[in-house]
Design a protein around this ligand. Sequence first.
Ligand SMILES: Nc1nc2c(c(=O)[nH]1)N[C@@H](CN(C=O)c1ccc(C(=O)N[C@@H](CCC(=O)O)C(=O)O)cc1)CN2
Length: 282
Amino acid sequence: MTLIDGKALADKMAIELKTKVDDLKSAGVTPGLVVILVGENPASQVYVRNKERRASAAGFHSEVIRLPEETTEIALLNLIAQLNQDDKWHGILVQLPLPAHISEEKILLAIEPNKDVDGFHPTNMGRLWSGNPVMIPSTPAGIMVMLETYGVDLSGKNALVIGRSNIVGKPMAQMLLDKHATVTIAHSRTKNLPALAKQADILVVAIGRGNFVTSDFVKPGAVVIDVGMNRDENGKLIGDVKFDEVEPIASLITPVPGGVGPMTITMLMEQTYEAAKRTLNK
Ligand SMILES: Nc1nc2c(c(=O)[nH]1)N[C@@H](CN(C=O)c1ccc(C(=O)N[C@@H](CCC(=O)O)C(=O)O)cc1)CN2
């Protein structure tokens, strides 16, 4: 078994990004990323702080707008409308989840698609599904970079994605399909999931249940990608895959922490850089 070291890859890409950003700045464009955080969700606060840190380390112009939990939907929509008009922002991101009184769908729809560095806007989802990706969701994008870096050939392979969210499962399936894998999407109502999973050469697990995938789900030699981020009864961060059981069977596996997570923020930085670079040609 080989461990896919997402943290090391993310750190390497961050160094390379700094050089690309310096070149872009010499051409007169400084990438700008604005992140909006509504409320006090502790995990979101950590992720947003990391995004802020990584953006300034890359040499971006960056800002985090922190809004109280009771912010209204209309106030947030007005803020996004203003940011859409401001040329210094190449990327606008609203940290999810939002408080329950705000419609995630309406908010994501309000972000100008060419500044939607999360790739969650329906226009960007459609571009991805029609084979013309522009802005793509960071988590599956990071997984694709990891698979490529570790030399995983996807062509003709059976890939199973467990989870059907708009953020991970659905875009992941499309990205694997684009690399000629034979893709199945499974979810909480899929029947005989362990037997189905045992046929997969590539298994991507994003179901949000700690230690859900055991050795019974894994074909010997499979590549196992764990997107899960759960807390066990002692508060320890665990993935969706029972790592100790699956690790001896898999040919490649991502750990939690240190696997998919760090690549998510790296890909967000890459997308912001690419969005800024596109403005050069306008
Ligand atoms: N607007 C968005 N909201 C959310 C996204 C997103 O891509 N866009 N994804 C997640 C949260 N997320 C980034 O926002 C994220 C989650 C986890 C990590 C990460 O590095 N995890 C570490 C462990 C961190 C810890 O100790 O808690 C790891 O896996 O090693 C980065 C980004 C939901 N919201």
